[in-house]
Design a protein around this ligand. Sequence first.
Ligand code: SUG
Length: 446
Amino acid sequence: MSGYEFNFDGLVGPSHNYAGLSSGNVASTSNAGQISNPKAAAKQGLHKAYTLSQLGLKQGLIAPHCRPDFEALKRLGFSGDETTLLNKVSKQAPELLAACYSASAMWTANAATVSPSADTEDGKVHFTAANLNNKFHRSLEPEQTGRILKKIFRDETIFKHHTHLPAGGHFSDEGAANHTRFCSQYDQTGVEFFIFGRYAFQKDMPAPVKFDARQTKEASMAIARLHGLNPSKTVFAQQNPAVIDAGVFHNDVISVGNKNVYFFHEDTLLNKEETLKEISEKFGDHPFHFVEVPRDEVRVEDAVKSYLFNSQLLSINETDMAIVVPEECKNNENVWNYLQKLPSLGSPIKEVKVFNVTESMKNGGGPACLRLRVALKEEEIKGVNPRSILSEELYKDIDSWIDKHYRDQIHPDDLRDPALANEVRTALDELTQIMDLGSIYPFQMI
Ligand code: SUG
C-alpha cells in the first residue's frame, strides 16, 4: 500500500450528556434526559481507536471542545459571575444551557471536509471546518474546531486550512459525514463524492418534508472549489429525501466508501443509476465494487436503528477490508444476518469487527461519526503534531487522564453545577499539555 488513511477520532469530552438536541436524529431525541456516563463514553471511543491502532491502522486523536460555551451564553444576554450566570440560564432557558454544554464535537466526521494532496490543485491537504449551521448546539463548534485542526495539522507548507462557510442555511455544511472518497491507493488521485440533502437557491427541487436536510449542494460545491478539486474527479449527488425523513440525518448513516468500494443501502441516493455510472466512469479502469444492500434484506429503519452503514471500512492489506460496526448491529436480526454473509459476497470486505460505542450511539453517533479521515502521503506525516498520533504511550496518558477527570454520570440537572464547569477546564488545560496543543481554549487565551 502507498500512502495512509489516518482516522482521527474525537475524544469524548467530560460533559457528554443526553439533551435531545438534534431533531431528525432518532437516537438523540429518544434518549433525551437520560443519565450519561462520560467516563465510559470516552473510554469506549479511546478503546476503539487504540485497538485499531494495535492492528496496524493509523490513528490520531482530536481534543474535545471546552464546555459550557460561556462566550455563547454571554452573547445571548446572560451575565454575572459563573455561578450567577449558570443559575440564571438554568432557570430561564435550560435548553440553552444544554446546547452550550453539549460534547457534540466528539463526532469528528462532522468537524471538517478533508481533501488529500493528490486531489487538490496546489498539492496541499485541504481542510474546511464545517459550519454545522443546522443545529444551534453544533453551530458553536467551527471556530474551536478550526483552532484545534491548525494545531494538529500544523505545517503550513503541507496543510491548508479554510474558514468555515458563511453562516445561514444556504451553505449549511456538516463536513465529512456527507463526503467520501474513492481511490486505488491513498496517495493517488481519487474521486471525491459529495452527497447533499437539498438545494439552497433553486426552488421546486426535491427535499425532505419532515426533517431538515443538513447539507446543501451549494455548500458541497463551495468546498470543492476551495479545495481546488478537479471537476472530472468530483461527483455530487442528492441523498434520497425520503431517507432523511426516516432518520438518516447524515449520509454516513446510510452509506460508506473506501478505496474501490462503495457500501450503500438501495434507497440511499435519489438518482442512483446515474450517480453510480458517474462514479464508475470517473474512477477509471480499476475494478470498482458497488456493494448494495437490498431493502428486502435490511430496511432503512434497520439501518437507522443499528447504524450498519455508520461503519468504518478499513483496508487491512493491499486488497482486503474490515468493516467496523457498532454492537447495536448484533441486536438487529436483519442486519446481523446480512453482516454474517457480507464477507462471502465477493467484495473486498472480508471481516466484521464489532465495537461497543453505546454511549455515543445513544446520541446518534456510531464508529464512523467518531472519526475524521485524513489520507496522507508518507512525507506529509511529519507535518502532523506527533502528540496527536495515537501511540501506546499517548493511549496510557489519555486513559489515566480520563480516570482522573471524568465523572461516571451526568444527569441533566448536573449542568447547573458550577463545579462541573471547573472540572472541565482543569481537565482540558491538562490535556493541552498532554497533547502539546498550546493554547486553544478561550479560557487559555485571556
Ligand atoms: O449532529 N448528535 C449528533 C450526532 C452526529 C453523528 N455524526 C455523524 N453521523 N457523522 C448530531 O445530531 C445529539 C446531542 C444531544 O442530543 O445531546 C447530537 O448532537
